[in-house]
Design a protein around this ligand. Structure first.
Ligand code: HEM
Length: 124
């Protein structure tokens, strides 16, 4: 049985997903100010490592960053429903344009929506 990581396309898939996603972040009026001014490459690398690990790929995230604790790591950012929607819209635009088997696409999307909802830390 191959992992979801392999079925999705391995490192090349996640590198593509994340680099396209950060192209949206770089021009998004809500998201851009939250991300580091000069280390967008670093932010992209951290997200790529995390997603690869989550879907069964290499554990580079854990080795470099430790336990994910994503809700805690996002606590310093003001994430309301508008920020969540901006994040998900950017992700949606990217995922829609990628070649993914339907059942994997549905699983990937369900996870991203659930994870984004769980990162909201501000009431509307
Ligand atoms: C809901 C909207 C979200 C917003 C506004 C947001 C924003 C941010 C920001 C500003 C950072 C810091 C960038 C950096 O690493 O320097 C970050 C880091 C990160 N985000 Fe998000 N994020 C959101 C949702 C998510 C979701 C759904 C995931 C996972 C599926 C995720 C995974 C990560 C990871 C892995 C990091 C790096 C953590 C670390 O090791 O330091 N984020 N996010």
């Amino acid at each position: 049985m191959s992992t979801h990581y392999e079925q999705l396309g391995g490192e090349a898939f996640f590198a593509d997903l994340v680099s396209q996603f950060y192209a949206y972040v770089a021009v998004d009026p809500i998201l851009r100010p939250m991300y580091p001014e000069t280390d967008m490459k670093g932010a992209a690398t951290r997200l790529q490592w995390f997603l690869e690990q989550y879907w069964g790929g290499p554990t580079t995230y854990q080795e470099n960053r430790g336990h994910p604790r994503l809700r805690m790591r996002h606590a310093e950012f003001h994430i309301d429903s508008a920020a969540r929607d901006a994040w998900l819209n950017a992700m949606h635009a990217v995922v829609d344009g990628m070649d993914i088997k339907p059942e994997l696409r549905a699983e990937l999307w369900t996870y991203l929506e659930m994870a984004a909802n769980s990162m909201v830390n501000q009431p509307d």
